[in-house]
Design a protein around this ligand. Structure first.
Ligand code: V07
Length: 257
């Protein structure tokens, strides 16, 4: 309570700054999902190549992963590359595909030391060999870790995920392992790539876009949404605290009977 600092609008975009301790007094969302948008725009504003924005965005992934772990968040799902992103210029796609390897070469030892469990959702088959190899190594070397689950959505699209699930279920029915009557929400959820994860409690999207862009359509049915104009490379720990504080405030207002 006493840690809140009031600032004038000129000094900061926050009317109230929160500390980690403020936030930890109430339940923290267990699963936070983030659409990390605005890297290209961040670069453009600085007359830098788009790649510079992606690189800076990757540094923010490290920072926010550390902080999510400190806050005791159980699952952090990050939208790193969508099935739509293949439509971008070839050189940009090539740069993006090198980021997982670059990220993990320098950061995997820390992830291991911090007991982080790396996972990926999305279609890995279409990824370049070096990308797949780096990601697979991280998954293998952290698979017994019991701390934060760092879940990257990589070549992920929600409609493709749901379509795959429908096919899976159709095959089971065809084989006689399941009847049409037995298909319920639990069966559908068990065929999604998130089958071992609870649904996100909080979705954050940066950069001022107010849409889902084919991200976790099924899983976000009951999720609280928090949108900000801040570009992903400018996203700080304080922004995450702001989002969680708002999540907690909504919980207090509607959580009662
Ligand atoms: C990417 C940086 C963050 C902003 C969004 C676009 C650019 C981290 C990863 C990553 C993915 C899998 C993995 C380890 C790291 C990543 C892509 C783009 C394609 F196992 N950041 N980041 N992958 N950006």
């Amino acid at each position: 309570m006493f840690n809140k600092i009031w600032r004038s609008k000129e000094q900061s975009n926050f009317s109230i700054e929160y500390t980690k301790e403020d936030i930890l007094r109430q339940p923290v969302p267990e699963h936070v999902a983030i659409i990390m948008d605005g890297n290209g725009r961040w670069a453009k504003k600085r007359s830098l190549p788009r790649a510079a924005g992606h690189y800076e965005g990757m540094q923010v992934v490290r920072k926010i992963t550390r902080f999510a772990s400190e806050l005791g968040i159980k699952v952090l799902t990050l939208y790193a590359f969508s099935t739509e992103n293949w439509k971008r210029p070839k050189s940009e796609v090539e740069y993006l595909m090198k980021l997982p390897e670059q990220f993990l070469t320098t950061f995997l030892p820390e992830l291991i030391a911090e007991n982080v469990n790396v996972r990926v959702i999305g279609n890995s088959n279409q990824l370049p060999e070096y990308t797949r190899r780096a990601v697979e190594k991280a998954i293998q070397e952290t698979k017994h870790n019991t701390g934060l689950i760092l879940n990257f959505a990589l070549n992920y699209g929600s409609r493709a995920e749901i379509t795959y699930a429908v096919k899976e279920i159709a095959k089971r029915v065809q084989q006689g392992d399941l009847t049409a009557e037995q298909i319920d929400e639990e069966v559908v959820a068990s065929c999604l790539m998130t089958k071992d994860l609870k649904d996100p409690d909080l979705l954050i999207r940066t950069s001022g876009e107010i849409r889902l862009s084919n991200f976790m359509l099924w899983q976000l049915a009951y999720t609280e949404f928090w949108f900000t104009d801040v570009l992903w490379p400018d996203f700080t720990e304080q922004h995450l605290l702001q989002a969680i504080a708002e999540f907690q405030r909504r919980g207090r207002r509607f959580g009662g009977v």
